[in-house]
Write a protein that binds this ligand. Sequence first.
Ligand code: C2E
Ligand code: MG
Ligand code: MG
Ligand code: MG
Length: 291
Amino acid sequence: WAKAEGRGRWATYDPERRAREQAKSAMVVAMSAALERDEFTVDYQPIVTLTDGEICAAEALVRWRHPERGLLGPDEFIGLAEETGLIIELGRWVLTRACEAASRWLRDFPDARLVVSVNLAARQAGDPSIVATVSEVLRRTGLPADLLQLELTESAVMAIAGEPLPALRRLAALGVRLAIDDFGTGYSNLAYLRRLPIHSLKLAGPFVDGIRSSDRQGLVDGRIVDALVRLAHALGLSVTAEAVETVGQADQLRALGCDAAQGRHFGAPAPESEITRYLATRADGRREPVA
Ligand code: C2E
Ligand code: MG
Ligand code: MG
Ligand code: MG
């Protein structure tokens, strides 16, 4: 009859929930300590132009080298960091690291003009000091604004505190590029999308995953991707496909007019040095796959 009494009241005495809550607060404490102890690290995944196969950007993806639990992916701690507000500090740290890396690439390989793409949580985008933070990081690292792209998911855009449109306009006014991440998985209001000062759409993995199969569903997914690419281009946006795992997917995406792609087929997320090594190899005139 605990349920009949109302969840809120009895949940307090639920030992499982209590254990979960304790684990959560332990995580929060550990996460702020981890920032000080430099346990976070940023990997970079190449983003490749589909027409020529050249690397054009790299997405910064945060990881946590947890002393006991090993390497943790963002899905294990970003949500909690958002909930607690720690994402502001962690996000600034990632942004700084990413811009530092990109300015090293610009210094050593100026012709490549590699863009670094950084994920922005709703809470960061809605933070009144975000514009000051981004321009300060750009100034300190010397990275030209147009070599920084900020990625926001549709739901992050909708969840921006205050008004999404002015917040995004202020960011765009810095000269940085804005991309909608995981496009197609969220709530898409096309009329609204039209008004956003964005530069590109990142097509969510599940659509890309579907086009590999030659069955009916694969055909449908292919048509959806076709429609989304046309839609993006009609809106003046470029399209990057995520989670491209096979050459077949890459070929089909190219045939559909998709502009760029990332995924294990082109290269998994890896340390900065791996992108640097690839750029160096290319500068030497030798060509080899990104991976
Ligand atoms: P995302 O921005 O959509 O990043 C792409 C995800 O796809 C990454 O997962 C990447 O490792 C994964 N991926 C790469 N290649 C493939 C592939 O061939 N197939 C498939 N299925 N997946 C592939 P990851 O690194 O686990 O990151 C998960 C999410 O965490 C990211 O999704 C992003 O939303 C968030 N995230 C990562 N770093 C940050 C950060 O610094 N700040 C914020 N706010 N969010 C972050
Ligand atoms: Mg992303
Ligand atoms: Mg994504
Ligand atoms: Mg995502």
